[in-house]
Design a protein around this ligand. Sequence first.
Ligand code: MN
Ligand code: MN
Length: 329
Amino acid sequence: MNKADKQRFLPVSGNVLPRFAGIPTFMRLPHVGIDEAKSAGVEIGIIGVPWDGGTTNRPGARHGPRQMRDQSTLMRNVHHISGLQPYRLAQCADLGDTPVNPVDLADSLARIEAFFVKVHDAGVVPLSAGGDHLITLPILKVLGKGRPLGLVHFDAHTDTWDRYYGEYKYTHGTPFRRAIEEGVLDPKRTIQIGIRGSLYTPEDKDWGLAQGIRVIEIEEFQALGVEKTVAEARRVAGDGPIYVSFDVDGLDPVYAPGTGTPEIGGYTTLEAQQMIRGLRGLDIVGADVVEVSPPFDPTGMTALVGVTMMWELLCLIAERVGRQKGRAN
Ligand code: MN
Ligand code: MN
Protein backbone atom coordinates (compact mmCIF):
# COMPACT_ATOMS: atom_id res chain seq x y z
CA MET A 1 0.00 0.00 0.00
CA ASN A 2 1.52 3.31 -1.03
CA LYS A 3 1.31 6.62 0.81
CA ALA A 4 -1.72 7.87 -1.12
CA ASP A 5 -3.60 4.67 -0.34
CA LYS A 6 -2.91 5.07 3.36
CA GLN A 7 -4.61 8.44 3.27
CA ARG A 8 -7.57 7.09 1.39
CA PHE A 9 -11.00 7.24 3.04
CA LEU A 10 -12.18 3.69 3.58
CA PRO A 11 -15.35 2.28 5.09
CA VAL A 12 -15.03 0.68 8.49
CA SER A 13 -14.77 -3.04 7.76
CA GLY A 14 -17.43 -5.37 9.08
CA ASN A 15 -14.53 -7.67 9.97
CA VAL A 16 -13.16 -5.06 12.38
CA LEU A 17 -16.27 -3.48 13.86
CA PRO A 18 -19.51 -5.45 13.53
CA ARG A 19 -22.00 -3.96 11.10
CA PHE A 20 -24.54 -3.36 13.83
CA ALA A 21 -22.07 -1.37 15.93
CA GLY A 22 -20.75 2.17 15.73
CA ILE A 23 -22.23 5.41 14.44
CA PRO A 24 -23.90 4.79 11.06
CA THR A 25 -22.57 6.92 8.22
CA PHE A 26 -23.29 6.25 4.54
CA MET A 27 -21.38 3.09 3.55
CA ARG A 28 -19.51 3.37 6.92
CA LEU A 29 -17.32 6.07 5.39
CA PRO A 30 -15.78 8.92 7.40
CA HIS A 31 -18.02 11.89 8.01
CA VAL A 32 -16.46 15.11 6.71
CA GLY A 33 -18.08 18.53 7.18
CA ILE A 34 -18.92 20.40 3.98
CA ASP A 35 -16.54 23.25 4.86
CA GLU A 36 -13.67 20.76 5.20
CA ALA A 37 -14.55 18.72 2.12
CA LYS A 38 -12.11 20.46 -0.21
CA SER A 39 -9.10 20.53 2.09
CA ALA A 40 -9.76 16.90 3.04
CA GLY A 41 -9.67 15.97 -0.65
CA VAL A 42 -13.19 14.56 -0.86
CA GLU A 43 -14.11 13.72 -4.48
CA ILE A 44 -17.48 12.01 -4.05
CA GLY A 45 -19.77 13.27 -1.30
CA ILE A 46 -22.67 11.15 -0.09
CA ILE A 47 -25.32 13.52 1.20
CA GLY A 48 -28.65 13.22 2.97
CA VAL A 49 -31.49 15.61 2.15
CA PRO A 50 -34.01 14.93 4.93
CA TRP A 51 -36.94 16.84 3.56
CA ASP A 52 -40.40 15.87 2.32
CA GLY A 53 -42.27 19.17 2.23
CA GLY A 54 -42.90 18.76 -1.49
CA THR A 55 -44.94 15.60 -0.92
CA THR A 56 -48.54 15.76 -2.16
CA ASN A 57 -49.82 12.56 -0.57
CA ARG A 58 -48.17 10.29 2.00
CA PRO A 59 -45.12 11.88 3.68
CA GLY A 60 -42.19 10.36 5.56
CA ALA A 61 -39.29 10.63 3.11
CA ARG A 62 -37.66 13.13 5.50
CA HIS A 63 -36.73 10.04 7.51
CA GLY A 64 -35.09 8.40 4.50
CA PRO A 65 -31.45 9.44 4.95
CA ARG A 66 -31.19 8.23 8.54
CA GLN A 67 -32.59 4.77 7.81
CA MET A 68 -30.60 4.53 4.57
CA ARG A 69 -27.40 5.28 6.50
CA ASP A 70 -28.28 2.48 8.89
CA GLN A 71 -28.99 0.00 6.08
CA SER A 72 -25.89 1.09 4.16
CA THR A 73 -23.79 -0.67 6.78
CA LEU A 74 -24.62 -3.80 4.75
CA MET A 75 -22.63 -2.56 1.74
CA ARG A 76 -19.11 -3.90 1.21
CA ASN A 77 -16.16 -2.70 -0.91
CA VAL A 78 -16.12 -4.57 -4.22
CA HIS A 79 -18.88 -4.73 -6.85
CA HIS A 80 -19.58 -8.41 -7.39
CA ILE A 81 -20.11 -8.18 -11.19
CA SER A 82 -18.02 -5.26 -12.46
CA GLY A 83 -15.25 -5.76 -9.92
CA LEU A 84 -15.20 -2.02 -9.36
CA GLN A 85 -13.73 -0.86 -6.05
CA PRO A 86 -15.06 2.65 -5.53
CA TYR A 87 -12.94 3.45 -2.49
CA ARG A 88 -9.74 2.73 -4.44
CA LEU A 89 -10.92 4.84 -7.34
CA ALA A 90 -12.08 7.94 -5.49
CA GLN A 91 -12.05 9.68 -2.14
CA CYS A 92 -15.55 9.11 -0.83
CA ALA A 93 -17.04 10.55 2.35
CA ASP A 94 -20.36 11.16 4.07
CA LEU A 95 -20.90 14.92 3.97
CA GLY A 96 -23.83 14.76 6.38
CA ASP A 97 -27.28 16.18 5.79
CA THR A 98 -28.14 19.44 4.07
CA PRO A 99 -29.83 22.09 6.22
CA VAL A 100 -33.61 22.11 5.80
CA ASN A 101 -36.53 23.98 7.31
CA PRO A 102 -39.39 21.53 7.86
CA VAL A 103 -41.98 24.31 8.03
CA ASP A 104 -40.96 26.36 4.96
CA LEU A 105 -40.66 24.99 1.43
CA ALA A 106 -39.01 28.00 -0.23
CA ASP A 107 -36.51 28.35 2.59
CA SER A 108 -35.71 24.64 2.40
CA LEU A 109 -35.07 24.81 -1.34
CA ALA A 110 -32.77 27.79 -0.78
CA ARG A 111 -30.87 25.99 2.00
CA ILE A 112 -30.48 22.83 -0.05
CA GLU A 113 -29.29 24.81 -3.07
CA ALA A 114 -26.77 26.77 -0.94
CA PHE A 115 -25.37 23.49 0.39
CA PHE A 116 -24.93 22.10 -3.12
CA VAL A 117 -23.22 25.29 -4.24
CA LYS A 118 -20.58 24.50 -1.61
CA VAL A 119 -20.40 20.89 -2.79
CA HIS A 120 -19.96 21.97 -6.40
CA ASP A 121 -17.42 24.69 -5.55
CA ALA A 122 -15.39 22.09 -3.64
CA GLY A 123 -15.21 19.98 -6.81
CA VAL A 124 -17.17 17.19 -5.14
CA VAL A 125 -19.51 14.92 -7.12
CA PRO A 126 -22.71 14.48 -5.11
CA LEU A 127 -24.56 11.21 -4.53
CA SER A 128 -27.65 12.11 -2.54
CA ALA A 129 -30.36 10.37 -0.55
CA GLY A 130 -33.79 12.01 -0.31
CA GLY A 131 -36.12 13.24 0.71
CA ASP A 132 -38.94 13.57 -1.73
CA HIS A 133 -38.29 14.15 -5.44
CA LEU A 134 -38.44 17.93 -5.21
CA ILE A 135 -34.93 17.83 -3.69
CA THR A 136 -33.58 17.07 -7.16
CA LEU A 137 -34.57 20.53 -8.41
CA PRO A 138 -32.14 22.59 -6.27
CA ILE A 139 -29.40 20.04 -7.04
CA LEU A 140 -29.97 20.34 -10.79
CA LYS A 141 -30.02 24.13 -10.51
CA VAL A 142 -26.47 23.98 -9.16
CA LEU A 143 -25.02 21.19 -11.31
CA GLY A 144 -26.76 22.28 -14.51
CA LYS A 145 -26.01 25.97 -14.26
CA GLY A 146 -24.62 27.11 -17.59
CA ARG A 147 -24.61 23.56 -18.99
CA PRO A 148 -28.05 21.90 -19.22
CA LEU A 149 -27.63 18.30 -18.12
CA GLY A 150 -28.97 15.10 -19.59
CA LEU A 151 -31.02 12.91 -17.27
CA VAL A 152 -31.66 9.23 -16.78
CA HIS A 153 -34.75 9.15 -14.59
CA PHE A 154 -36.14 5.98 -13.01
CA ASP A 155 -39.67 6.54 -11.74
CA ALA A 156 -43.32 5.51 -12.00
CA HIS A 157 -44.12 9.20 -12.55
CA THR A 158 -42.83 11.79 -14.99
CA ASP A 159 -42.74 14.52 -12.33
CA THR A 160 -43.32 17.05 -15.10
CA TRP A 161 -46.72 18.21 -13.93
CA ASP A 162 -47.20 21.96 -13.85
CA ARG A 163 -49.15 23.13 -10.82
CA TYR A 164 -50.93 21.68 -7.82
CA TYR A 165 -53.73 23.26 -5.81
CA GLY A 166 -54.18 26.12 -8.23
CA GLU A 167 -50.97 28.07 -8.57
CA TYR A 168 -48.56 26.01 -6.51
CA LYS A 169 -45.50 25.26 -8.66
CA TYR A 170 -43.14 23.43 -6.34
CA THR A 171 -44.00 19.84 -5.35
CA HIS A 172 -42.41 16.43 -5.83
CA GLY A 173 -44.59 16.10 -8.94
CA THR A 174 -43.03 19.09 -10.73
CA PRO A 175 -39.21 19.16 -10.37
CA PHE A 176 -38.29 18.21 -13.94
CA ARG A 177 -40.70 20.66 -15.51
CA ARG A 178 -39.21 23.42 -13.37
CA ALA A 179 -35.67 22.27 -14.20
CA ILE A 180 -36.40 22.42 -17.93
CA GLU A 181 -37.97 25.86 -17.54
CA GLU A 182 -34.90 27.00 -15.59
CA GLY A 183 -32.67 25.84 -18.43
CA VAL A 184 -30.67 23.41 -16.27
CA LEU A 185 -32.06 20.21 -17.81
CA ASP A 186 -31.97 19.32 -21.51
CA PRO A 187 -35.27 17.58 -22.33
CA LYS A 188 -33.86 16.12 -25.53
CA ARG A 189 -31.21 14.30 -23.49
CA THR A 190 -33.73 13.15 -20.87
CA ILE A 191 -35.15 9.63 -20.60
CA GLN A 192 -37.76 8.46 -18.10
CA ILE A 193 -38.04 4.73 -17.44
CA GLY A 194 -40.92 2.88 -15.77
CA ILE A 195 -43.71 5.44 -16.14
CA ARG A 196 -47.19 4.15 -15.29
CA GLY A 197 -50.28 4.76 -13.21
CA SER A 198 -53.45 6.69 -13.76
CA LEU A 199 -53.34 10.32 -14.89
CA TYR A 200 -55.20 13.44 -13.80
CA THR A 201 -56.18 14.33 -17.38
CA PRO A 202 -55.52 12.86 -20.85
CA GLU A 203 -53.21 15.82 -21.52
CA ASP A 204 -50.82 14.94 -18.66
CA LYS A 205 -48.48 13.18 -21.07
CA ASP A 206 -48.34 15.96 -23.64
CA TRP A 207 -45.99 18.55 -22.18
CA GLY A 208 -42.99 16.29 -21.63
CA LEU A 209 -43.31 14.62 -25.00
CA ALA A 210 -43.60 18.03 -26.68
CA GLN A 211 -40.31 19.03 -25.02
CA GLY A 212 -38.68 15.97 -26.55
CA ILE A 213 -38.35 13.82 -23.43
CA ARG A 214 -38.03 10.10 -24.22
CA VAL A 215 -40.64 8.37 -22.06
CA ILE A 216 -40.46 4.61 -21.64
CA GLU A 217 -43.64 3.46 -20.00
CA ILE A 218 -43.48 0.20 -18.11
CA GLU A 219 -45.20 -1.69 -20.94
CA GLU A 220 -42.48 -0.59 -23.37
CA PHE A 221 -39.83 -1.57 -20.84
CA GLN A 222 -41.42 -5.02 -20.63
CA ALA A 223 -41.35 -5.30 -24.41
CA LEU A 224 -37.77 -4.04 -24.79
CA GLY A 225 -36.16 -5.76 -21.82
CA VAL A 226 -33.19 -4.46 -19.87
CA GLU A 227 -30.61 -4.57 -22.66
CA LYS A 228 -32.54 -2.58 -25.24
CA THR A 229 -33.79 -0.13 -22.62
CA VAL A 230 -30.20 0.53 -21.59
CA ALA A 231 -29.19 1.01 -25.22
CA GLU A 232 -31.96 3.56 -25.61
CA ALA A 233 -30.91 5.36 -22.41
CA ARG A 234 -27.33 5.58 -23.67
CA ARG A 235 -28.49 6.86 -27.04
CA VAL A 236 -30.63 9.59 -25.47
CA ALA A 237 -28.13 10.60 -22.77
CA GLY A 238 -25.23 10.79 -25.21
CA ASP A 239 -21.66 11.73 -24.34
CA GLY A 240 -22.36 14.93 -22.41
CA PRO A 241 -22.76 15.36 -18.64
CA ILE A 242 -25.78 13.61 -17.17
CA TYR A 243 -27.56 13.27 -13.86
CA VAL A 244 -29.16 10.02 -12.69
CA SER A 245 -32.25 10.24 -10.50
CA PHE A 246 -33.74 7.09 -9.01
CA ASP A 247 -37.20 7.30 -7.45
CA VAL A 248 -37.81 4.03 -5.57
CA ASP A 249 -41.44 4.05 -6.67
CA GLY A 250 -40.22 3.12 -10.17
CA LEU A 251 -39.73 -0.33 -8.66
CA ASP A 252 -42.70 -2.57 -8.10
CA PRO A 253 -44.08 -1.85 -4.62
CA VAL A 254 -43.49 -5.51 -3.81
CA TYR A 255 -39.79 -4.57 -3.69
CA ALA A 256 -40.16 -1.05 -2.31
CA PRO A 257 -43.36 -0.64 -0.30
CA GLY A 258 -41.90 2.15 1.83
CA THR A 259 -42.72 5.06 -0.45
CA GLY A 260 -45.36 7.74 -0.63
CA THR A 261 -46.90 7.17 -4.07
CA PRO A 262 -46.66 3.45 -4.90
CA GLU A 263 -47.80 2.25 -8.33
CA ILE A 264 -48.21 -1.46 -8.99
CA GLY A 265 -46.58 -3.20 -11.96
CA GLY A 266 -43.02 -1.89 -11.81
CA TYR A 267 -39.60 -3.37 -12.55
CA THR A 268 -37.75 -5.64 -10.17
CA THR A 269 -34.78 -4.67 -8.03
CA LEU A 270 -32.47 -6.81 -10.18
CA GLU A 271 -33.75 -5.22 -13.40
CA ALA A 272 -33.11 -1.80 -11.87
CA GLN A 273 -29.59 -2.81 -10.83
CA GLN A 274 -28.88 -4.12 -14.32
CA MET A 275 -30.15 -0.90 -15.89
CA ILE A 276 -27.90 1.20 -13.64
CA ARG A 277 -24.93 -1.03 -14.48
CA GLY A 278 -25.76 -0.42 -18.13
CA LEU A 279 -24.96 3.28 -17.65
CA ARG A 280 -21.30 2.47 -17.00
CA GLY A 281 -18.92 4.86 -18.72
CA LEU A 282 -21.41 7.72 -19.11
CA ASP A 283 -20.41 11.15 -17.81
CA ILE A 284 -22.41 11.03 -14.56
CA VAL A 285 -21.89 14.31 -12.69
CA GLY A 286 -24.32 13.53 -9.87
CA ALA A 287 -27.06 11.15 -8.80
CA ASP A 288 -29.71 10.62 -6.19
CA VAL A 289 -32.11 8.05 -4.76
CA VAL A 290 -35.34 9.54 -3.49
CA GLU A 291 -38.76 8.81 -1.99
CA VAL A 292 -37.73 6.18 0.55
CA SER A 293 -40.33 6.66 3.30
CA PRO A 294 -39.42 4.54 6.34
CA PRO A 295 -42.75 4.94 8.16
CA PHE A 296 -44.40 2.87 5.41
CA ASP A 297 -41.84 0.07 5.69
CA PRO A 298 -40.81 -0.63 9.27
CA THR A 299 -38.80 -3.64 8.07
CA GLY A 300 -36.23 -1.29 6.50
CA MET A 301 -36.15 -3.27 3.25
CA THR A 302 -37.06 -0.26 1.10
CA ALA A 303 -34.17 1.67 2.62
CA LEU A 304 -31.89 -1.29 1.89
CA VAL A 305 -33.10 -1.28 -1.71
CA GLY A 306 -32.43 2.47 -1.88
CA VAL A 307 -28.87 2.28 -0.57
CA THR A 308 -28.11 -0.69 -2.79
CA MET A 309 -29.05 1.47 -5.80
CA MET A 310 -26.77 4.15 -4.33
CA TRP A 311 -23.98 1.57 -4.16
CA GLU A 312 -24.52 0.71 -7.84
CA LEU A 313 -24.37 4.42 -8.71
CA LEU A 314 -21.34 5.01 -6.50
CA CYS A 315 -19.36 2.39 -8.41
CA LEU A 316 -20.07 4.12 -11.73
CA ILE A 317 -19.29 7.60 -10.41
CA ALA A 318 -16.08 6.41 -8.75
CA GLU A 319 -14.91 4.84 -12.00
CA ARG A 320 -15.48 8.14 -13.79
CA VAL A 321 -13.64 10.12 -11.10
CA GLY A 322 -10.84 7.56 -11.01
CA ARG A 323 -10.42 7.78 -14.77
CA GLN A 324 -10.11 11.57 -14.55
CA LYS A 325 -7.49 11.21 -11.80
CA GLY A 326 -5.60 8.53 -13.65
CA ARG A 327 -6.24 5.81 -11.09
CA ALA A 328 -6.73 2.15 -11.85
CA ASN A 329 -9.37 0.03 -10.15
MN1 MN B 1 -40.50 10.99 -8.60
MN1 MN C 1 -42.58 8.57 -8.40
